[in-house]
Design a protein around this ligand. Structure first.
Ligand SMILES: NC(=O)c1ccc[n+]([C@@H]2O[C@H](COP(=O)([O-])OP(=O)(O)OC[C@H]3O[C@@H](n4cnc5c(N)ncnc54)[C@H](O)[C@@H]3O)[C@@H](O)[C@H]2O)c1
Length: 300
C-alpha cells in the first residue's frame, strides 16, 4: 500500500491505522509540512515530491495494490498567494498518481478532499449532493482532483473513494500558520498566550483525526466507491470549542473578541450518513473525548 503525505498530520494516523491492520506501508512524502518523527520505523519511506519523475520508479519497485493520496498543498491562503504552485501539487500531482495507479492496475485509490469544495453552504447539514462552489484555488484544485479521479474510474474502471473531510483535529496537528483552530487554542492556552477570537458564534464540524484514519481504512476495505463526507455531523461554535478546550486544559484565559472576518463561513456541518451506511464507518469520538486525548498528547 502506498500512502502519500504519510508524514503529515492526518497521513501519520492513517499509516498507524494501516500498520495496525498488518498492511505493508510505503510512504511518499517530500516533508514540506510533514515530519519524519511522525512516522513509525515499520514503514518504508521515499522522500520525494509526488511530481518527481522518481514516483514512476516507486510504483515499479513497490507495485502498490492500494493508494491513499493525502499529500497536498493544504493551505487556502497559500493557494491564493500562489495558485500555480497549488495547482501543480493538488491537480497535476493527483493526476500523476492516478495515471500511475491506472498503469499499475491499482485496486483502490482513496483521495483526500475537503468540505471546502462546498463553499458557503445555503443550508445545513450538507450532504454529498449539495452543489459545489469553490471559493479559493485550494477548493478548486481539490475539486479538480475529485473530477480526475471520477473520470479515471469511469474511463478505466479505476476504483476510487473520495473522502471530503470536515475540520480535522487531533494530535500532531501543526499549530503554525493557518492551522486548525483546535491546535491553535491548545498551544495558546498551554503557553499562556493572548487569545483572539473573531466572531465566535460561527459553527464548524470538528472530526477527530483517529476517526478520519478509520474512514480511510474503511474506504480501502470496502468494495464501494464514490464520494463521502467524513465528519462528526455535529455543529460546534468557536466560542463553545474554546470554553471546552480551556476547561479540559484546566487553564482559564479571557479571549479578546473581534467581529467575524469578512468572507468567513457562518455555519458548516456535513452529514455523514452516506459514509456510515455505505462504508460501514462510524464517527466514534465525541468532541469532548477527542479534545481530551489531543490535550493529553501535548504533555507526552
Ligand atoms: N486538516 C484538515 O482539517 C483537512 C480538512 C480537509 C481536507 N484535508 C486534506 O487532508 C490531506 C492531509 O492534510 P493534513 O492536514 O494532514 O496536512 P499536512 O500538511 O499535515 O499533510 C500533508 C503532507 O503531504 C506532504 N506533501 C505536501 N506536498 C507534497 C508533495 N508535493 N509531494 C509529496 N509530499 C507532499 C507534506 O509534507 C505533509 O506530510 C490533504 O490532502 C488536505 O487537503 C485536511
Amino acid at each position: 500500500m502506498l500512502i502519500t503525505g504519510g508524514a503529515g498530520f492526518i497521513g501519520s494516523h492513517v499509516v498507524e491505522e494501516c500498520l495496525a491492520h498488518n498492511y505493508e506501508v510505503v510512504v511518499v512524502d517530500n516533508f514540506s509540512s510533514g515530519n519524519i518523527d511522525n512516522l513509525s520505523i515499520n514503514c518504508k519511506v521515499y522522500q520525494i515530491d509526488i511530481n518527481d519523475a522518481h514516483l514512476k520508479h516507486v510504483f515499479e519497485v513497490e507495485k502498490p495494490d492500494i493508494v491513499i493520496h493525502l499529500a497536498a498543498q493544504a493551505s487556502v491562503m497559500k493557494s491564493i498567494e500562489d495558485p500555480i504552485a497549488d495547482g501543480e501539487i493538488n491537480i497535476l500531482g493527483t493526476l500523476r498518481l492516478l495515471e500511475y495507479a491506472r498503469i499499475h492496475n491499482v485496486k483502490k485509490v482513496v483521495l483526500a478532499s475537503s468540505a471546502a469544495v462546498y463553499g458557503n453552504p445555503l443550508e445545513i447539514p450538507i450532504d454529498e449532493e449539495f452543489p459545489l462552489n469553490p471559493l479559493s484555488f485550494y477548493s478548486l484544485s481539490k475539486w479538480s482532483g475529485e473530477r480526475y479521479a471520477q473520470l479515471y474510474e469511469s474511463l478505466y474502471g479505476l476504483p476510487c473513494c473520495i473522502l471530503r473531510f470536515s475540520n480535522v483535529y487531533g494530535p500532531r496537528q501543526n499549530p503554525q500558520g493557518e492551522a486548525g483552530v483546535v491546535s491553535i487554542f491548545i498551544n495558546q492556552l498551554l503557553n499562556h498566550e493572548e487569545i483572539v477570537i473573531y466572531g465566535g458564534q460561527q459553527t464548524r464540524d470538528f472530526v477527530y483525526v483517529k476517526d478520519v484514519a478509520k474512514a480511510c481504512f474503511r474506504a480501502i476495505e470496502s468494495p464501494t466507491t464514490g464520494i463521502f463526507n467524513i465528519s462528526s455531523s455535529s455543529e460546534t461554535s468557536i466560542d463553545d470549542l474554546f470554553s471546552m478546550t480551556s476547561l479540559l486544559a484546566g487553564i482559564s484565559i479571557e479571549p479578546y473578541k473581534y467581529p467575524l472576518r469578512q468572507g468567513e463561513i457562518q455555519n458548516s456541518v456535513l452529514g455523514n450518513e452516506k459514509a456510515t451506511n455505505e462504508l460501514g464507518w462510524q464517527n466514534i469520538h465525541s468532541l469532548h473525548d477527542g479534545l481530551r486525548e489531543t490535550i493529553l498528547s501535548y504533555h507526552k
